[in-house]
Design a protein around this ligand. Structure first.
Ligand SMILES: O=C[C@H](O)[C@H](O)COP(=O)(O)O
Ligand SMILES: C=C(OP(=O)(O)O)C(=O)O
Length: 361
């Protein structure tokens, strides 16, 4: 018997459809592609400071129920025109969750919420939901965690994130250099800003690395680099980093690397000390900086769902409450609208203040 040295820890192997096959099953129309392309251009303009509105990435911590996600998207579409002069709303449509230890890994990995891990179904549902968002005219945002799955859906994103746990990963940085959407790098969970600043510099460069083709073959791609990456302050081990002094420190770190001194601030995660009820207060303090005329804040992130709080995922799926998160706690819909109103007022006040002081708007 030959000595077995391969696949000692593989229990099962199953084929997935190729990205092209999945794209054919859930196609994107020209009208939907235009929604994505237009939203990306607006996000790009905001990131570069050519559009003085605030980018607001808002929505559930994770999607586990397509119906609730579509209801959320509809509500966002309904309120968006009220804020259009001040805010550009992009919905969090997050399918892949990086866990601190163990836990549900998101809709792509486990769409049936039962641990079976039907990735084919997960990819179909994820892509279907992104197409539906585009059909509704709602720009979508997601964290890109896996290195293979983006080929199945990333062309539908208007904004992407590399999370706190992967900002230091060279593989995620080079993957970011390939992505077509503008993208934020979270500061790592340690809170060390330089890691995310380095990531932005790396992602802007061209890289050559192995990937999977749309026909499902191994290939080498050469990227041109993604020039539309920015920093997201999400707090860290030492506590929050949304206050004016932290923003100033982040701006200095970016400028020292010859990058524009502009950041997005996450109101959740370590900035809320993982308590969703603190998000409105964090947003209010960010709003105060914007109202005082700061142009350093390009965007804000909120974890928000139809119903506030979070619930445990158990084997009894019938016990799940519709519209409530099964990962991080979220603010509810009414609180979300109030936060959006306050942020929009802050943007308008900041504009007036800069005009009064003859500063560039
Ligand atoms: O936003 C999501 C969570 O904060 C992240 O996935 C980590 O979650 P966990 O610490 O509950 O695993
Ligand atoms: C996982 C997330 O955040 P972070 O990477 O900051 O923990 C998230 O935004 O869903």
């Amino acid at each position: 018997m030959p000595t077995r040295i391969a696949d000692l820890h593989i229990a099962r192997e199953e084929l997935l459809p190729t990205p092209n096959e999945l794209r054919a099953e859930v196609p994107v129309s020209e009208a939907q592609a235009q929604v994505v392309a237009r939203a990306r251009q607006t996000v790009r303009d905001i990131v570069r400071g050519d559009d003085d509105r605030l980018l607001v990435v808002v929505g559930p911590c994770s999607i586990h129920d397509s119906a609730a996600a579509i209801e959320y998207a509809r509500r966002l579409r309904e309120v968006a025109p009220r804020f259009d002069d001040a805010l550009f709303l992009v919905m969090r449509v997050y399918f892949e969750k990086p866990r601190t230890r163990l836990g549900w890994k998101g809709m792509i990995y486990d769409p049936d919420l039962d641990g079976r891990g039907d990735l084919h179904k997960g990819l179909l549902k994820a892509r279907g939901l992104l197409v539906e968002c585009a059909r509704l005219g709602v720009p979508a945002a997601s964290e890109i965690l896996d290195l293979v799955t983006p080929q199945y859906y990333a062309e539908l994103l208007s904004w992407g994130a590399i999370g706190a746990r992967t900002t230091e990963s060279p593989l995620h940085r080079q993957m970011a250099s390939a992505l077509s959407a503008p993208l934020g790098f979270k500061n790592p969970t340690s809170g060390k800003l330089q890691t995310a600043v380095d990531a932005i510099v790396v992602a802007a460069q061209s890289h050559r690395f192995p990937s999977i083709s749309l026909d499902g073959r191994a290939m080498v791609i050469t990227t041109t680099g993604n020039a539309d990456c920015h920093l997201i302050l999400r707090g860290g081990d030492a506590g929050p980093n949304f206050d004016a002094a932290s923003v100033e420190a982040a701006v200095a770190a970016l400028q020292a690397a010859d990058l524009p001194g502009r950041v997005m601030i996450d109101c959740s995660h370590a900035n809320s000390r993982s308590d969703y009820r603190r998000q409105p207060q964090v947003a209010a303090e960010i709003g105060a900086q914007i109202a005082a005329g700061s142009r350093h804040i390009l965007g804000v992130m909120l974890e928000s769902h139809l119903v506030e709080g979070k619930q445990a995922l158990t084997a009894d799926l019938s016990a799940l409450q519709y519209g409530q998160s099964i990962t991080d706690g979220c603010i509810g819909w009414e609180a979300t609208v109030r936060v959006l109103e306050q942020l929009a007022d802050a943007v308008r006040s900041g504009r007036r203040r800069r005009i009064g002081q003859n500063q560039p708007t």
